[in-house]
Design a protein around this ligand. Structure first.
Ligand SMILES: NC(=O)c1ccc[n+]([C@@H]2O[C@H](COP(=O)([O-])OP(=O)(O)OC[C@H]3O[C@@H](n4cnc5c(N)ncnc54)[C@H](OP(=O)(O)O)[C@@H]3O)[C@@H](O)[C@H]2O)c1
Length: 293
């Protein structure tokens, strides 16, 4: 079956918004975007009626409980949204005989590695958010063999809340800032991830078998401190930045020290070249500066 009509959850999130921006460039697809007022992931029992009224050829779930620290407290809600709802979306997709795409995180890994994590590396989350996402991955793949999980990391966009926009605001307000320098990862421009997701749909329509776990992040790796330095340079800000250690910046949820994702599988299977994170960041900052953030 060819994919034409695609239901996308999380319309107001970074990735949902970037998919909506990209949609008009792909007229072969009809995207139906829903936000939490239409499809509330905290209420999986409501999904059947809503999805059966849309009758999609694929479901892309960008919605998630993404408040990493708050998830340590709001455990039940985080688990419902990131695991039970994802399982239910996969089950409904299975009944409709359609592919299900959902996103996961570098935080499913424990951070003890010293080389990039492969999609088949055993998960071992160090915080509750990571636990809910790891459970959601497994439960969705068990419910529908046409499930595609795309793990990503350190997502930023012109739209929504993210590290880039927080840094731009804080660097304008403050004379100095301390940023964690001993966590290593790969920033991801939600716009690039949205385009890669659409390339996957195109590959499926060409008859390619795409299923299971993939990793997507912009190329290159960095620390939060170096990421902030680059933001400062690109936005021409004056704030003094100091690198600190994770131990000096305690947070409710632990973070993996090293969460670099290996993206070779997605690059080779759908023949894409992933942009470098500094180039992607520069494009995002130019757009943000144009709109005065
Ligand atoms: N952001 C990152 O750094 C990051 C890193 C690794 C992986 N990921 C994963 O990448 C995917 C996309 O993330 P993102 O950056 O686009 O996240 P985001 O900007 O935080 O957006 C998440 C969206 O989910 C929606 N949502 C939350 N609870 C909901 C509910 N109960 N019902 C319906 N919608 C709900 C939010 O709705 P409202 O707008 O109404 O609040 C928001 O629009 C997620 O699976 C996330 O776990 C993100």
């Amino acid at each position: 079956m060819s994919i034409h009509k695609i239901l996308v959850t999380g319309a107001n999130g970074q990735l949902g918004w970037e998919l909506a921006q990209a949609a008009s460039s792909f007229p072969e697809f009809e995207f139906v975007f829903v936000d939490r007022t239409i499809l509330d992931l905290a209420k999986p029992e409501s999904f059947d009626a809503i999805i059966n009224s849309i009758v999609p050829d694929a479901i892309i779930n960008t919605a998630a409980y993404t408040a990493v620290d708050k998830a340590e407290i709001e455990k039940e809600l985080a688990y419902t949204v990131n695991a039970l709802a994802v399982q239910e979306l996969a089950r409904i997709s299975k009944n409709l005989g359609i592919p299900f795409i959902s996103y996961s995180t570098d935080y499913v890994f424990n951070g003890n590695a010293t080389s990039p994590y492969l999609p088949d590396t055993t998960v071992d989350p160090v915080n509750y958010y990571g636990t809910t996402k790891a459970d959601g991955e497994r439960m969705a793949m068990d419910a529908n063999e046409q499930t595609i999980i795309i793990r990503t990391s350190w997502v930023f966009s012109k739209h929504g809340n993210n590290f880039v926009k927080t840094m731009l605001r804080l660097m304008k307000e403050r004379a100095n800032l301390s940023i964690v320098g001993d966590q290593q990862g790969r920033p991801t421009y939600a716009k690039d991830l949205a385009l890669a997701t659409i390339q996957m749909l195109i590959a499926i329509n060409k008859g390619q078998e795409i299923k299971g776990i993939y990793h997507y992040a912009n190329t290159g790796e960095t620390s939060w401190y170096e990421f902030a330095q680059k933001i400062k340079e690109l936005a021409d800000l004056k704030c003094d930045l100091k690198a600190i250690n994770t131990i000096d910046f305690p947070t409710p949820a632990k973070r993996p020290a090293y969460s670099v994702l290996d993206t070779h599988k997605i690059e080779s299977e759908i023949s894409i070249t992933i942009p470098n994170w500094e180039i992607a960041l520069s494009e995002c900052i130019v757009a943000l500066l144009k709109n005065n953030y």
